[in-house]
Each structure stands twice: as structure tokens, then as C-alpha cells.
Design a protein. Structure first.
Length: 86
């Protein structure tokens, strides 16, 4: 939430009046942030896919024999049975 609230402070400093009506700096900065968001999403998706593939290599029976149900629940997303979904 803090980063979102900084939008007003950042916007007033990158959309400069002397650049009106094109605002190259402001729109360029906004486009750059958008591109970073898309790249971050793709990287995170590929990381999740890699983690899921590595967890698929271990049979569920092996995991269930090694850990109790309570231990698996306590592990949360660290559990070998957990799969990331997108």
C-alpha cells in the first residue's frame, strides 16, 4: 500500500508542465514500470513452473511416508505436495 500511495508524489514530479502536452518523461516512466511488471510476472511464472517440475519428480507416496499430514500442512507452500497455480 505504501508504494501505491507514492503515486501522487512521483506523478507530480515526472509529468512536468514544460513537457505538455506530450509528457515524454511521465509516459516513458509509466511505460517502463508497466514493462517491469510484465517481465516480473513472466519470471515469477517460470520460477513457479520450475519448482512444480522439480516437485513432480518426487512421488506422492514417498512424501506421505516421510511426513505426517500435520507436518505437510505446517509447511504451507514449502510442502513437497504443494503446487503453484497461475
Amino acid at each position: 500500500m505504501t508504494v501505491g500511495n507514492l503515486g501522487g508524489a512521483i506523478g507530480s514530479n515526472i509529468f512536468l508542465a514544460k513537457q505538455a502536452p506530450h509528457y515524454w518523461l511521465g509516459y516513458g516512466f509509466s511505460l517502463g514500470i508497466l514493462v517491469c511488471g510484465v517481465i516480473s510476472t513472466l519470471v515469477l511464472r517460470s520460477v513457479f513452473m520450475r519448482i512444480n517440475r522439480s516437485r513432480d519428480q518426487v512421488p506422492a507416496e514417498e512424501v506421505l511416508s516421510k511426513y505426517s499430514e500435520e507436518q505437510l500442512v505446517d509447511m504451507g507452500d514449502k510442502s513437497p505436495l504443494y503446487r503453484y497455480v497461475w
